[in-house]
Design a protein around this ligand. Structure first.
Ligand code: UDP
Length: 386
């Protein structure tokens, strides 16, 4: 049977750093569904063990059981396995443990672990350089120790800064404008140097545009800690009554309706993009691959708001306020390379995004905290046994 996610390429054991976060948990699910074995290492600073417990449940892996060595497991007739390890990407010991708990055999890493709040990066630049850049140095050293040379890196459209180019191809100049963006640019540079330092490296730099929405089950989704910085989770919290109104940052941008235009893509499309990138890296000769992941469609803040309202039968309060410093009018991907190289393009619409995002928020108004006290396991696992 041809696997539609990987394009029929080999199914392997993979390590996801930061795999308990928003994009990592959805990607874990997509990779498990296509039969991969998944090892997640996460420090739970912005991720949740509950998310992975639900991923195990959704993929038929549960219930998780804890054994004497603090190992959780479950059996089912056939298929993949999921293991969750608490660990910091800056710690060689934690990384070695993650590779060893995978019983060796980890053939690729998907590197999601990192800090991503622009404002926070301006207040605490050293923490951003430490986690995002030093963390990646430590990861690459660990990959060297464990003989792994395949890496998919979570990069960002933030690298393109406030460009006027529409849509933005991968060849556009990189001009980040805040410490968060500088750390992403530094890691891309570092990975480019690593790729050319020795034969055998297979590296994908995936530049995400605006990932939003949730798995259609409503069981996993985005769970920002504190006040959301980004539009979509904020909108969902307004809809749930957790926030009074949406503040629209600027009504005087040079766009159709005066509000900012972005390229929103469903997180499950993004998750599937990771499966494709992994499959391509494994199938082709060693290479450094740089791809935009976006829909290629721009939508304004008000368009997103209206689509959310009509899709979900709601009316949401909002007010237009000052522009947010550092914002640009329009940011839309040229995703044609992703389609050409790996046959990937987004399949889900803005209405799908709004429906699925609201299903998650409505069922989990307090995010994963709605499920009660969080387990804080050192090591959790679930697997299909034979
Ligand atoms: N935005 C807004 N209100 C908010 C958050 C964001 O109007 O509370 C706008 C923002 O100015 C931009 C768009 O929504 O035009 C997307 O912002 P987000 O922070 O989600 O993504 P990014 O700016 O990183 O692309």
């Amino acid at each position: 049977m041809i696997d539609s996610l990987t394009g029929g390429h080999s199914l392997t054991k993979v390590l996801l750093t930061g795999g308990a976060g928003f994009i990592g948990s959805h990607t874990s699910l997509a990779l498990l569904e296509s039969g991969h074995q998944v090892v997640v290492m996460d420090d739970f600073s912005n991720g949740s063990a509950e998310a992975l417990r639900r991923v195990a449940e959704l993929t038929g892996l549960g219930p998780w059981r804890q054994d004497a060595t603090d190992h959780w497991s479950a059996s089912a007739p056939v298929g993949g396995s999921l293991t969750l390890i608490r660990g910091d990407v800056r710690s060689q010991q934690d990384l070695d443990r993650a590779f060893q708990d995978g019983n060796g055999g980890i053939s690729a890493v998907l590197h999601f672990a990192g800090l991503k709040a622009v404002g926070e990066s301006m207040a605490e630049p050293l923490r951003y350089w430490d986690v995002n850049v030093t963390g990646t140095v430590r990861l690459l050293e660990a990959m060297g120790r464990h003989g792994c040379q395949t890496l998919v890196f979570s990069s960002s459209a933030t690298l393109y800064g406030t460009t006027d180019t529409v849509p933005i191809p991968e060849t556009a100049p990189l001009q980040p404008i805040n410490p968060y963006g500088y750390t992403k640019a530094a890691v891309e540079r570092m990975l480019t140097d690593v790729a050319s330092s020795a034969p055998g490296w297979r590296i994908a730099l995936l530049r995400y545009f605006n990932p939003v929405g949730a798995h259609p089950s409503g069981r996993i989704g985005e769970d920002p800690s504190g006040r959301p910085n980004n539009l979509f989770p904020f909108l969902c919290q307004v809809a749930a009554g957790c926030r009074q109104q949406l503040e629209v940052f600027g009504g005087d941008w040079p766009t159709g309706d005066g509000t900012g235009v972005r390229d929103y893509l469903h997180v499950m499309d993004l998750a599937e993009g990771h499966g494709r990138a992994l499959g391509l890296l494994q199938a082709e000769p060693p290479q450094l691959l740089t791809l935009n992941l976006g829909s290629g469609q721009g939508h304004s803040v008000l368009e997103l708001l209206r689509t959310f309202e009509t899709t979900n039968g709601l009316t949401l309060p909002y007010a237009v306020v000052e522009r947010r410093p550092g914002d640009s009018a329009v940011s839309v991907a040229d995703p044609s390379q992703a389609e050409r190289r790996m046959g990937w393009r987004t399949r889900r619409s803005l209405a799908d995004i709004c429906r699925d995002g609201w299903a998650w928020q409505r069922a989990n108004p307090q995010g994963y905290r709605s499920a009660g006290p969080q387990p804080a396991p050192e090591l959790i696992g679930a697997q299909h046994g034979s």
